[in-house]
Design a protein around this ligand. Structure first.
Ligand code: BYC
Length: 331
């Protein structure tokens, strides 16, 4: 079905017949669901697109620690604090697996980091929204990690081996994250009136930004056609957004909360909910750098990078010393 490739004009997708023999053999491997490994031949555009997607994904995990890290010192109980700390550490781990996967494509982690810190590379729009109350920790786990799983489970079958394998462990951990978020929401939604109001307020603020995580609507998605032909992406943005809404609306009902969309309604014919699209002008504004927290997030990552310089320098000096000692010992 996707035996095609984007034409050099960037318009449309090349058919197998239009490809040169090497490209065609590559596409046929993908069509047979064979994994592409780092040393295999691949089109330059496949490599570039993967570096872009995996790099953005890694950056999202790293920047994604900030909104939740904000609440570690203020978690309401020691147990909640320990769980949140573990969750935030997991996100750092996800970032590292993904940077490693990207490195197999010939880009260094330092280069990717520099592109994040300069604002050249993107990270998920969702992390440019603030976390104002403890209920936001519930909403982030439930909705943000819920959306992340919806997007990442299919990526376990993505065509690039190191990316697909990194996804397996990430998805297991994201499931735990999603449940811990829902557990916080259960407590809040079944708590005092003030707690219920906080839970509803968190859902109100995180609903549309969560829908935006899946990317622009299919008609505005620049990369989908080629990425799906190459199985870098397994579903379109709108397909996954629909699945997320279908999964999440009953979960909100179970909590006794109201999804902030008066037009949400079950559509028997399509077997899914009709819902209001997010405000796409807000989405494009956020990814251009104008969201509520973009400046703060990049400033925090730049500060961490600058303040960690002595650790990197010390590790390099230590490595150099050990190398020199090995050379002397070998002489
Ligand atoms: N935010 O052609 P399109 C997590 C950009 S972290 C920002 O549809 P594509 C977690 C897109 O990059 C979860 N930018 O793009 C961590 C492109 O711009 P460029 C992160 C977005 O790549 C901590 C342009 O819009 N998950 O779970 O085909 C705590 C056109 O879009 C966004 C991943 O990264 C966005 N939401 O599809 C808790 C998953 N959406 O690059 C949780 C892997 C689009 O041309 N990534 N853009 O300048 C993907 O699956 C795909 O990259 C996307 C976008 C579905 C996100």
């Amino acid at each position: 079905m996707y035996a095609q490739m984007v034409k050099s004009t960037g318009q449309g997708v090349k058919s197998l017949d239009e490809m040169d023999p090497q490209e065609r053999a590559f596409q046929e491997r993908i069509n047979r669901d064979e994994k592409i490994e780092p040393k295999d031949w691949m089109p330059a555009a496949y490599r570039k697109n993967l570096i872009r997607q995996i790099g953005q994904h890694a950056h999202s995990e790293i920047v994604g620690q900030l909104p939740e890290g904000n609440w570690i010192t203020r978690a309401p109980t020691l147990e909640r604090k320990a769980i949140l700390l573990a969750k935030v550490q997991d996100e750092a781990g996800h970032g590292l697996y993904l940077y490693c996967a990207a490195e197999t494509l010939g880009v260094s982690r330092d280069e990717l980091t520099e592109d994040l810190l300069s604002g050249k590379m993107k990270y998920s729009s969702i992390f440019n929204y603030p976390t104002l109350t403890w209920a936001d920790m519930g909403a982030v786990g439930w909705l943000v990690d819920g959306a992340a799983i919806m997007n990442q489970v299919p990526l376990q079958r993505t065509s690039f081996g190191p990316y697909a394998r990194a996804m397996v462990r990430i998805c297991k951990e994201e499931s735990f994250h999603q449940r811990q978020g829902y557990d916080i929401m259960m407590k809040m939604a079944n708590g005092s009136d003030a707690q219920k109001r906080m839970a509803q307020d968190a859902l109100n603020r995180f609903w549309y930004p969560s829908l935006m995580m899946f990317g622009p609507s299919d008609k505005d998605s620049v990369h989908s056609a080629q990425s799906m032909a190459w199985k870098i992406k397994m579903n379109t943005n709108d397909e996954l957004r629909q699945k997320f809404v279908d999964q999440t609306v009953p979960q909100a009902e179970y909590l006794g909360l109201t999804v902030p969309d008066p037009d949400i309604a079950w559509n028997e014919e399509k077997g899914g909910y009709d819902f209001t699209e997010p405000d796409w002008s807000e989405f494009f504004d956020v990814i251009k750098g104008n969201g509520p927290c973009n400046v703060e997030r990049l400033a925090a990552r730049n500060k961490a990078w600058d303040e960690g310089r002595w650790v990197r320098d010390a590790l390099l000096a230590h490595g150099e010393k050990r190398r020199a000692a090995r050379v002397v010992a070998a002489e």
